[in-house]
Write a protein that binds this ligand. Structure first.
Ligand code: ADP
Ligand code: MG
Length: 718
């Protein structure tokens, strides 16, 4: 059965039994019962309550099995301890889907978790799926079914909310803001149906054009990511994810582990899946309203037309912050404006028509209109401060003749184009200028310029995402023989180790054609000298012990060794330091390697996130990496474009592009390592974490100077 077959009985039932329907107007059960009865549901509703004979004039049944008709959906509102018995009756009745409103499940701990297991087992037995438990119901426009405590307005937005009460409040607020719905789904504890399954269903739901998610957590991150990425190419997904505080950043063995927390992974997953993320309800509504009323801009150039310089600067600042451009208008359009506006106005962009220019602007609409088609501009922002000024009413009144001419015109008639967002900002409580911009010119109106620009940026980001994924890229795949790598991994696990030494780690990288410094394992001073001579001075000596993963912390790294004597001294010192650092650590030997010329130090790392699976990071290395956390992160696998974006995204990317005495580095070499690591991680699922730290970047090429690979713990037999 597909997810559509499984969830259709819940969202498109022909008959619904409300089990635990209540006649008490102070109870939620009653509100939902009334909503359901009042909604113009296409099918039939039956009420089940053994204690009362009728509710609102509707006959009740004492059990679902007594209903003299087939039941598709059971809405269960009885106390948790009675739910299993009710479910058994539903199985007997061959009910096809269930919503459990009742609380008392995993939120109450051990006992609740047992209950959750029990209801899931019953659902499998009855061959139906469960929405909830601990939820606030469902609205589905497809059949006009309303099992929520609110009256719903039919539209094209599906809202899936993990929070029940708050979810309903958002649902209500959205409707007050003119947003209308195809579905409201309160997912509750998500004991059975998970987020990715709701998404899959909504992907195929013709009534739903836009999806909004309110999430506290995601259970099946990878599945969620995969389906979300597919959906966003057709329908946008807006999401709020709460619970961003620092938890779960457990003591990590690698730098990557320490750098990558839950929040960073969510951010990457949402971004890569093209989800439009809002950080609060205000932002969510701002973006939703923009998407539902405006076209997507074709590019990131914003035209700013304002009646006061200040608001123009505020808007331009926000544009700069959000990667939007504010290019000058075309010469012709600047000329048009010069003929109309006072000489002290600004004509380039932002265009400040000034308080005294307003009249001319509105008075010469026919000519001004042309500027909105400026080829350099993809979105327009308006503001006309002055609400509350004495005399403003008279001034705006003087525009009346012009306004009359614009009355009832479409956007294309007013501005000559409808392929660009037209967004305004100003005092929301104002009744003079706001109606002029909002009602007359049909502009979407926000209370501040920053919020208006932020909405333009959200639309533009989504358009960029769509453009990018329109071009499908060939997947990068490593070629070669991976037997050596397999052997290293198997042998390490056999030895009940999970930490690969630097030498083993570099061997695996070499198999994957990733450039590393050559390394030789010296077991005594003589061997160390022999290898140093073979490699050529200067060399580096490092401790090799599975128990010492941070080698310099143990005094286990000696660089710049120029001759035999220095090699011998370094050898002895390292052994001594290691003994002092951890007397029990077995020392396998000392690695002798070429001292690489200093390049730009970067870190590349991977780890497996418990929710979203493998991720990769890239950042500027050195001792400051953990302090600044200037990293870019992606879910794996990545494409070449992803890799290039990762490189350009970090704050210190100018260092890579060449800065002062630093020459620009070989970006291709860097991108190539990122792609190889991506494929390597896919190829070896036993690799849990990987740290290439540092990697030296040069104007021509790159080399991995230190590598640490950690295997999955459960695979090392204790
Ligand atoms: P760890 O991270 O375990 O402390 P590293 O191998 O990263 O040890 O060594 C510490 C530092 O020494 C590196 O960050 C790098 O600056 C320098 N270093 C290590 N190996 C080399 C090498 N082969 N060539 C040049 N510098 C090196
Ligand atoms: Mg290191």
């Amino acid at each position: 059965m597909t997810i559509i077959d499984q969830l259709d009985p819940i969202f498109k039932p022909r008959s619904v039994a409300i089990i635990g329907a209540s006649s008490n107007p102070l109870k939620l059960n009653n509100w939902i019962t009334i909503s359901a009865l009042k909604s113009k549901f296409d099918g039939k509703i039956y009420l089940v309550n053994p204690r009362v004979k009728d509710i609102q004039g509707f006959k009740t049944f004492s059990s679902v099995v007594d209903i003299p008709a087939d039941i598709d959906l059971a809405a269960i509102m009885v106390p948790a301890k009675l739910v299993p018995d009710v479910m058994k009756e539903c199985i007997e009745k061959k009910v096809r889907g269930v919503i459990i409103f009742s609380a008392g499940y995993k939120e109450i701990g051990e006992k609740g978790i047992k209950r959750e297991k029990e209801i899931n087992e019953l659902a499998r037995k009855g061959n139906f799926r469960i929405v909830g438990p601990n939820c606030m119901g469902v609205y589905s426009s497809a059949v006009n079914l309303n099992l929520t405590a609110l009256s719903a307005k039919k539209g094209e937005v599906a809202f899936v909310s993990q929070s029940g009460g708050y979810g309903l409040e958002i649902f209500a607020t959205a409707m007050q803001n003119g947003i209308t719905f195809s579905k409201f789904i309160s997912t509750g504890d998500k004991a059975d149906v998970k987020d990715h399954e709701y998404l899959e269903y909504l992907n195929n739901d013709p009534d739903t054009k836009v999806i909004v998610l309110y999430l506290e957590g995601i259970e099946k991150g990878r599945e969620f990511y995969n389906i979300a990425k597919k959906i966003t190419k057709k329908k946008p997904i807006f999401a709020i994810k709460i619970g961003r505080s620092e938890i779960g950043r457990i003591a990590a063995q690698s730098h990557t582990g320490a750098l990558v927390g839950e929040e960073e992974v969510y951010t990457a997953a949402f971004k890569q899946a093209g989800i439009i993320r809002a950080y609060d309800i205000e932002e969510l509504f701002d973006y939703l309203r923009a998407y539902l009323t405006q076209p997507l801009p074709k590019g990131n150039n914003v035209g700013i037309l304002v009646g006061s310089g200040g608001v123009g600067v505020a808007a331009a600042d926000k544009c700069a912050e959000l990667r939007l451009k504010v290019p000058p208008l075309s010469k012709e359009n600047q000329e048009i404006l010069k003929t109309i506006l006072p000489e002290f106005a600004s004509f380039r962009n932002p265009v400040d028509f000034t308080g005294s220019g307003a009249e001319n602007l509105f008075g010469n609409w026919g000519e001004v209109r042309d500027i909105f088609n400026d080829k350099n501009i993809d979105s327009w922002f308006f503001s006309f401060p002055g609400s509350g000024f004495s005399g403003i009413k008279d001034i705006v009144k003087s525009y009346e003749p012009i306004m009359d001419g614009l009355q009832g015109l479409t956007r294309i008639e007013i501005f000559g184009r409808d392929d660009a967002p037209f967004i305004a900002a100003g005092n929301e409580k104002d009744e003079t200028i706001k109606p002029l911009l909002e009602k007359l010119l049909g502009l979407l109106f926000y209370p501040t310029p920053e919020r208006a620009i932020r909405a333009i940026a959200a639309l533009n980001n989504y358009r960029e995402f769509l453009d990018e994924y329109a071009s499908v890229e060939k997947k990068f795949e490593l070629k070669g023989d991976f037997k050596v790598a397999d052997e290293i991994i198997t042998n390490t696990l056999k030895e009940q180790r999970t930490n690969l030494t630097e030498i083993e780690s570099k061997q695996i990288l070499s198999v994957c054609q990733i450039p590393t410094t050559d390394v030789f394992l010296a077991r005594n001073q003589g061997e160390a000298v022999k290898y140093a001579q073979k490699i050529g001075f200067p060399v580096v000596l490092k401790i090799i012990s599975p128990e010492i993963t941070h080698k310099s912390d143990a005094g286990g790294v000696k660089t710049h060794l120029e001759n035999e004597k220095q090699v011998i001294d370094a050898f002895n010192q390292i052994i001594e330091n290691a003994k002092r650092y951890n007397p029990d650590a077995p020392v396998l030997g000392i690695a002798v390697q070429k001292m690489a010329t200093q390049g730009i130090e970067v870190i590349i790392g991977t780890k497996r996130d418990p929710q979203f699976g493998p991720v990769i990071i890239f950042g500027i290395g050195g001792i400051l990496v953990e302090l600044f956390k200037d990293i870019s992160l992606r879910l794996l696998p990545i494409s070449k474009t992803d890799a290039e974006k990762m490189v350009n995204e970090i704050k210190l990317h100018r260092l890579i592009d060449g800065y002062r005495s630093y020459k620009a580095v070989d970006k291709n070499a860097l991108v190539s390592i990122l792609l190889k690591i991506s494929d390597l991680t896919q190829r070896f699922p036993l690799i849990e974490e990987m740290d290439l730290n540092p990697v030296f970047l040069y104007p021509d090429g790159a080399v991995v100077v230190d590598a640490r690979i950690i295997l999955e713990k459960s695979e090392a037999k204790q």
